[in-house]
Ligand binder design. Structure first.
Ligand code: COA
Length: 166
């Protein structure tokens, strides 16, 4: 098994795997009504969506785990400059390992690759997005030395701004 930077040729398979991982999480929340969700909304999910993937391909911080041309796992990360008093923050947007290959150390190796490369590119802090009930992901990050500070993030859709009146 090899961990290497993601390439354009990986994208279709990585997209399938990312959606599979997202569905795993969402299906519980939406009572398996995935097929009824709007196609446009689903298309925008994940870091491999058609509008985001180029950022991750070009940044050199996103990796795949591959063996025999099979994509076993992926991680999407990028560096964000000047945020939360940090000059260069490594932001891990999403990662996943195919259920068949889990608990073989692949997730750890992917995260390690992103963190090592982030450090090389000047990041001093890493932050990772995950659901607060995602035990597997929390345990993986803790194993690498991440800590959970219970920080909440408030989100504003700027497209909605002009619709709000006070
Ligand atoms: C989270 C995920 C990426 C872990 O990948 P993985 O290849 O199975 O993880 P690893 O085998 O490298 O495990 C590394 C460590 O993570 C923790 N871990 C992983 N899976 C775990 C589980 N099911 N229960 C508890 N701890 C777990 C353990 O500490 C493990 O170390 P150990 O095997 O020495 O105990 C994988 O479960 C996954 O794809 N989940 C669905 C998508 C997802 O939740 N992505 C994260 C969004 S940030």
């Amino acid at each position: 098994m090899e961990i290497r930077p993601i390439k354009l040729k990986d994208l279709v398979k990585v997209r399938e795997l990312e959606i599979l991982c997202i569905r795993e999480y969402f299906d519980k929340e939406i009572n398996n009504k995935w097929d009824e969700l709007p196609a446009e909304w689903k298309e925008n999910l994940g870091a491999s969506n058609p509008r985001s993937y180029r950022t991750y391909l070009d940044g050199g911080l996103s990796f795949v785990a591959v063996e025999d041309d099979e994509i076993m796992g992926f991680i999407f990360a990028q560096i964000i400059h000047h945020v939360q008093n940090v000059e260069n923050l490594l932001w891990v947007e999403n990662m996943g390992v195919h259920p068949y290959f889990r608990r073989n150390g692949i997730g750890y190796k992917l995260l390690r690759a992103a963190v090592d490369e982030g450090k090389k590119q000047g990041a001093t802090v890493a932050r990772s997005a995950m659901g607060k009930d995602n035990l597997r992901s929390i345990m993986l990050h803790k194993k690498m030395g991440f800590f959970m500070d219970r920080r909440e993030t408030a989100l504003l859709d700027m497209n909605d701004l002009n619709k709000k009146k006070c």
